[in-house]
Design a protein around this ligand. Structure first.
Ligand SMILES: O=C(O)[C@@H](CO)OP(=O)(O)O
Length: 340
């Protein structure tokens, strides 16, 4: 029975399947704005070098706080498979819930705006949907809407581990946030925050109303700023520039966690996640421009033998098909059923 369930395919990848050819893509143009945007990009690469210095710290924080979950430890009967198990991991992506500026239809970008009540509900609902999927380490952007989403989602997780934000920004922050109990560490999930996962920087559009901007500059121009691949908005980042830093971070910091068998959740933003999905699904720059992500909808991938397998959007904790994606996840859920 379990094997049969394991073989079932799960639902379609619901939230973002609005891929359409966009005429605007053909009209992409090189303009002087890109020069200004390049400066922003070189700032990013300086910061990236500093981040690379910190990457060892991140890896050690993740391993110090996240000890192998006993729920995931192989049972005696399945120990034979343990070498295979280590190279499979779950990857959950969640776009933050609705923010106060989403509600007001304002360009938000890197402005640090919190969730609305609806956004809070969306985050909790997302948490219910993934409440039986293992999470060993969480990555969020540096922005509060993504962090709220991750934390609220984890309040619903059946494993009841505590997500704890890692503060590595200074020696003092590191020292002052140490945990002195190994047992408590085992019941914790490190939350690593990274500016590279931030929303795309929207430049001089930040704070403007989307509709009013379209009325003023024309629908086509605004669509190009919002959904072209390589045309940045004035003094802001194009999707291509956002992808450059988000995907580099994913490859340098997140993929090694997955390779070591850690299950990862990323709470981030429409454009940083579109960039990462472009990498995971090998989308072309033509395909990614029409990819839309809904707020608060989790998306599941399985990382196996160096490949990302897109599994869809978990529907709910009691939806049998959702847990059929891999034998390992089905076993995890079964153990949760037994233990909690
Ligand atoms: O305003 C923003 O930061 C983003 C996401 O809300 O807008 P867009 O839909 O244009 O990507």
């Amino acid at each position: 029975m379990a094997a049969k369930v394991c073989q079932q395919a799960i639902g379609t990848f619901q939230p973002e399947s609005l891929l359409k050819n966009s005429k605007n893509h053909q009209n992409l143009r090189n303009n002087s704005i890109r020069l200004i945007a390049k400066d922003f990009s070189s700032c990013n690469s300086l910061s990236r070098r500093a981040d690379q210095r910190n990457s060892r710290i991140i890896r050690s924080s993740a391993s110090q706080t996240s000890v192998v979950d006993p729920v995931l430890s192989p049972s005696r009967s399945s120990r034979r498979d343990s070498s295979k198990k280590s190279n499979e991991a779950a990857l959950i992506l969640i776009r933050h819930g609705e923010s106060l500026w989403n509600e007001k239809n304002l360009f938000t970008g890197c402005v640090d705006v919190p969730l609305t009540n609806k956004g809070i509900d969306e985050a909790i609902e997302a948490g219910k949907r993934i409440s039986s999927i293992p999470v060993d380490v969480i990555f969020t952007s540096a922005l509060i809407r993504a962090q709220m989403t991750a934390m609220l989602a984890m309040t619903q997780h059946r494993r009841r581990k505590v997500p704890i934000i890692i503060h590595n920004e200074s020696e003092q922050a590191r020292a002052w946030s140490q945990i002195f109990s190994e047992d408590t560490k085992k019941q914790s999930i490190p939350v690593i925050t990274a500016w590279q996962l931030n929303e795309r920087m929207y430049g001089e559009l930040q704070g403007l109303n989307k509709q009013e901007t379209a009325d003023r500059y024309g629908k086509e121009q605004v669509h190009e700023w919002r959904r072209s691949y390589d045309t940045p908005p004035p003094n802001g980042e194009s999707l291509e520039m956002c992808a450059e830093r988000a995907v580099a971070y994913f490859r340098e910091q997140i993929e090694p966690q997955l390779s070591s068998g850690k299950n990862v959740m990323i709470a981030a933003h429409g454009n940083s996640l579109r960039s990462i999905i472009m990498y995971l699904d090998k989308l072309t720059s033509q395909e990614v421009i029409s990819l839309e992500l809904s707020t608060g909808i989790p998306m599941l991938y399985i990382f196996k033998e160096g490949k990302f397998i897109r599994r869809g959007s978990p529907i709910g904790p009691s939806e049998a098909g959702v847990y059929a994606y891999t034998r390992r996840l089905a076993l995890y859920r079964q153990k949760l059923d037994e233990m909690y």
